[in-house]
Every structure is written in structure tokens, then in C-alpha cells.
Ligand binder design. Structure first.
Ligand code: G
Ligand code: G
Ligand code: MN
Ligand code: NA
Length: 251
């Protein structure tokens, strides 16, 4: 309960900030985007991981405020990188199921884009399969988001359940292969088979595919050999602060 009260005040106290993890084109090593990942640094609690405070934020409704703050900050950061001469083509921001419940998600996203001036084509929203399958009228919400020009990625793909018929109908652009499949890609034949199947599925549905949790060059080679040329993971970079991205990627 006390942590809940602390979380409610976290934004105003300036305790919330974002890390950014690069997404890379495997063969060229080019930076193709970043994923924004929220952090909470509290004087008493220290650095609280999102797996601990996102569920709490969801249960208390604070996720709506937090989600809007994250999106605003992510869009503003794109402007700062632009001004500093770093080309970050695209930013991905995670959305939780609770943010779809109020029905005003499109207004929120549209409002933030207008206010920050970020081109909608440079914003990608990440949702999990369960967000899509469990949200009433997900198709409607996703169509609305698509109509204002933002793209959508399905996060943690392969760990939830989603209907392929549904997937075909949705204006989704990207599948992100969950890192649990990538982890043992060179030793576990089931993980290999699943990864190859997801890449093939993406190809046949004309979707882009990004592998998550790439930690080794062998994993990157495997992915490239099987037709996935986009990756995110510690092999390329951990999630970092904006200035670290600048110093590593600006030429
Ligand atoms: O960075 P990592 O520990 O950084 O993230 C753990 C989990 O928290 C991931 O599943 C990620 O999707 C989720 N997460 C990170 N940032 C956000 C955010 O801004 N909003 C939501 N809803 N989830 C987030
Ligand atoms: O669920 P989502 O994909 O949004 O989660 C992102 C999470 O994955 C973050 O917690 C991030 O720190 C973590 N992550 C990113 N790259 C790697 C990696 O290469 N290995 C591992 N183990 N975790 C990673
Ligand atoms: Mn994600
Ligand atoms: Na993921």
C-alpha cells in the first residue's frame, strides 16, 4: 500500500525515466529503431524493475497516467535526437491491456503526437497477443491507431495465443519473436523450429519480424540465415540512456 502511494507520486517527483534499447539490422549493423523501456528510481526503494511496478500500476489505474507520460517522453526524446543529429528512424512504446479499457487510446496517442510533433510513421506501439485477444473490440482500436498512421508490433510473439485468422485481419506490421525462443536457438531443436516457423509466418503474412533477446553472434547468424534481418538484444546493446545512444550511434 505504501509502495502504491509512492508510485502515484513518482511522476511528479521526477522518479520515472526511460531507457532505450536499439533495434539493429543484422547484416549492416544499422540502427533501425529503439524500444522505450520505463524505469522507476526511488530514493527508498532503489531502482524498481518494471515487472514489479507495471502490474501495480495496472491494478490501481495509474497505468493510464504512466502510459501517457512514457509516450510523451519517448516522442520528445525523438525530437532531441533529431536536433542532436542522430537518426533514430523509429521508436517502439509498450502498451498494456488496461490502457485499452478506457476506449480513449486513439485520442491519447493522437494528442501526444500532435503536441510533440512526432511523425506518426515513426511511432510503433507494442502489444502482446493477449492484449489483442482479450480486449473487446481490439480490431476497432487497432484499426483506429492504424488510421492515424502509427504502426503496431506484436510483442513476445509465440508465448501467448493468437488466432492466425485474426492476425490476418489486423493492420499489424511487425512480429517480435519472444526472447525465450532465441535463448537456446543453437541447442534446442524445438526452439529452432518455432523460430523458423515464426519467420516464415511473418513472411507469408507480409509482416516485418524482429528477434528479441539476441545475446550472441551465433544467434544473429542463425536468424539471418533463416530470413530474419532485424534484432534487439544484449549482443547489440542493453537498454541505455539517451546520451549513450548518441555516443554509440551518431557518426
Ligand atoms: O526492461 P525490462 O525489464 O526492461 O522490461 C520488462 C517488461 O516491462 C517488458 O515486458 C516490457 O514490455 C515491460 N515494459 C517496459 N516498459 C514499459 C512501458 O512503458 N509500458 C508497459 N506497459 N510495459 C513496459
Ligand atoms: O517484453 P519486452 O520485450 O518488452 O521486454 C523487454 C525486456 O527484455 C527488458 O526487460 C529488457 O531489459 C530485456 N532484454 C532485452 N534484451 C535482452 C537480452 O538480450 N537478454 C535478456 N535476457 N533480456 C533482454
Ligand atoms: Mn516490448
Ligand atoms: Na518481448
Amino acid at each position: 500500500l505504501r509502495i502504491e502511494a509512492m508510485l502515484r507520486r513518482s511522476i511528479d517527483k521526477g522518479e520515472i525515466f526511460l531507457h532505450y534499447q536499439p533495434q539493429v539490422e543484422i547484416d549492416s549493423g544499422r540502427l533501425i529503431g529503439v524500444e522505450a523501456l520505463v524505469r522507476w528510481q526511488n530514493p527508498e526503494l532503489g531502482l524498481v524493475p518494471p515487472v514489479r511496478f507495471i502490474p501495480l500500476a495496472e491494478d490501481t489505474g495509474f497505468i493510464n497516467q504512466l502510459g501517457e507520460w512514457v509516450l510523451q517522453e519517448a516522442c520528445r526524446q525523438m525530437k532531441r535526437w533529431d536536433d542532436a543529429g542522430l537518426n533514430v528512424p523509429k521508436i517502439a512504446v509498450n502498451l498494456s491491456a488496461k490502457q485499452f479499457e478506457r476506449g480513449s487510446i486513439v485520442n491519447m496517442v493522437g494528442g501526444v503526437l500532435e503536441e510533440t510533433g512526432l511523425d506518426a510513421a515513426r511511432l510503433q506501439l507494442e502489444v502482446t497477443e493477449s492484449v489483442i485477444m482479450d480486449t473487446g473490440d481490439a480490431l476497432g482500436f487497432i484499426n483506429d491507431l492504424h488510421s492515424i498512421g502509427v504502426s503496431l508490433a506484436i510483442d513476445d510473439f509465440g508465448t501467448g495465443y493468437s488466432s492466425l485468422a485474426y492476425l490476418k485481419q489486423l493492420p499489424v506490421q511487425t512480429l517480435k519473436i519472444d526472447r525465450s525462443f532465441i535463448k537456446d536457438i543453437s541447442t534446442d531443436i524445438n526452439d529452432e523450429a518455432i523460430t523458423i516457423a515464426i519467420i516464415q509466418l511473418a513472411k507469408s503474412l507480409n509482416l516485418s519480424v524482429v528477434a528479441e533477446g539476441v545475446e550472441t553472434g551465433e544467434q544473429a547468424d542463425f536468424l539471418m540465415r533463416h530470413g530474419c534481418n532485424k534484432a534487439q538484444g544484449f549482443f547489440y546493446s542493453r537498454p541505455v540512456l539517451p546520451d549513450d545512444l548518441l555516443s554509440k550511434w551518431r557518426d
